[in-house]
Design a protein around this ligand. Structure first.
Ligand code: MG
Length: 261
C-alpha cells in the first residue's frame, strides 16, 4: 500500500494512494485513512483526487538518521575510503520537506549537491533490534534526497550545517509498505537529465545491518527515517533546477531549487 500525507482545505490527513501514474498525471486518488497508519487504521472510502491536495512529507519523523558512504563507487568519487564502521549523522526535523516543496539554496554554500537515497520508515518503537526482527520494525520505504552543501561538508568537521540546513531533506512522494528493498533501481535526474543511477543491492551495509547498528545506540520511534546512502554520480544543484529522485516500486520525489528569500 502507498500511504501519503496531505493537506486539503487546511486539514491534514493520511490517505492510501489508488491508481497508476505519476503525481502529475492526474490519475491518482487518495482514500482517506481513519486512524494512524502505524497502528490500526481503516480506509474511510472517502476519496479525493491527488491533484486536488497538497502533498506533505509522508512522515513527520522524530529524527532522521542518515548513513554516509554506503556505496563504494560514491565513496571513491569523493576520494573517501569505505569506512570500517558506518558513518551516521542526523538531519533535523526542520530539514524535512515533501515532494513539490522547494529546496532553498543556503546562503553559506556555493556547492549544493543532490544525493538520491532509499529511505526506510520505522513503524514501531524499537531498540537493540536483532537482525531477524528488523523486518518487524519497518513500516515502509520512500524516496529521499540527502541534499548536501558539499563545500561546507569539506570545511566543517561535523556535518550539522552542511547536511542539516532547512529544506535539505526532501522525502516522498509517499510511503510504500509492500516492497522488497533488496534490489531496486534508484536514480536521480536534474532538469530531466540523468545524474545518478544505482541499485540498492550495491549497498555496502544492508538495511538489516543499518537498523542493528543504529538501534544499538538509540531508540527509534514510529515515523523515524533512516537514509541508506547514495550511489555514485552526485553533482551540483543550481537555483532554478528541478531535481527528481525515482526508486523502482515507490515513485518519484520532485523538488525545485530556489534562492532563499
Ligand atoms: Mg547521503
Amino acid at each position: 500500500m502507498r500511504i501519503a500525507r496531505f493537506s486539503i482545505d487546511g486539514n491534514v490527513a493520511f490517505g492510501a494512494v489508488e491508481g497508476e501514474g505519476t503525481v502529475e498525471s492526474g490519475a491518482l486518488v487518495l482514500d482517506i485513512i481513519k486512524g494512524i497508519p502505524y497502528g490500526d487504521f481503516e480506509l474511510s472510502g472517502t476519496k479525493v483526487p491527488l491533484s486536488k491536495v497538497r502533498l506533505l512529507p509522508p512522515v513527520l519523523p522524530n529524527k532522521v538518521v542518515a548513513i554516509g558512504r554506503n556505496y563504494a563507487e560514491h565513496a571513491a568519487e569523493l576520494g573517501n575510503e569505505v569506512p570500517e564502521v558506518p558513518v551516521a549523522f542526523f538531519k533535523p526535523t526542520t530539514s524535512v520537506i515533501g515532494s513539490g516543496d522547494a529546496i532553498e539554496y543556503p546562503s553559506f554554500s556555493e556547492e549544493l549537491h543532490h544525493e538520491a537515497e532509499l529511505a526506510v520508515v520505522i513503524g514501531r518503537m524499537c531498540r537493540e533490534v536483532p537482525r531477524q526482527r528488523v523486518k518487524d520494525v519497518i513500516f515502509g520505504y520512500t524516496c529521499a534526497n540527502d541534499v548536501t552543501a558539499r563545500d561546507a561538508q569539506k570545511r566543517e568537521k561535523q556535518w550539522a550545517r552542511a547536511k542539516g540546513f532547512d529544506t535539505s531533506c526532501p522525502l516522498g512522494p509517499w510511503v510504500e509498505t509492500d516492497l522488497d528493498p533488496s534490489d531496486l533501481t534508484l536514480q536521480c535526474t536534474v532538469n530531466g537529465e540523468q545524474r545518478q543511477l544505482g541499485r540498492t543491492s550495491d549497498m555496502i551495509r544492508s538495511i538489516e545491518d543499518l537498523v542493528v547498528h543504529i538501534t544499538e545506540a538509540m531508540t527509534l520511534l514510529p515515523g523515524d527515517v533512516i537514509l541508506t546512502g547514495t550511489p555514485a554520480g552526485v553533482g551540483p544543484l543550481n537555483v532554478g533546477d528541478e531535481v527528481a529522485v525515482t526508486i523502482e516500486g515507490i515513485g518519484t520525489l520532485t523538488n525545485k531549487v530556489i534562492k532563499r528569500g
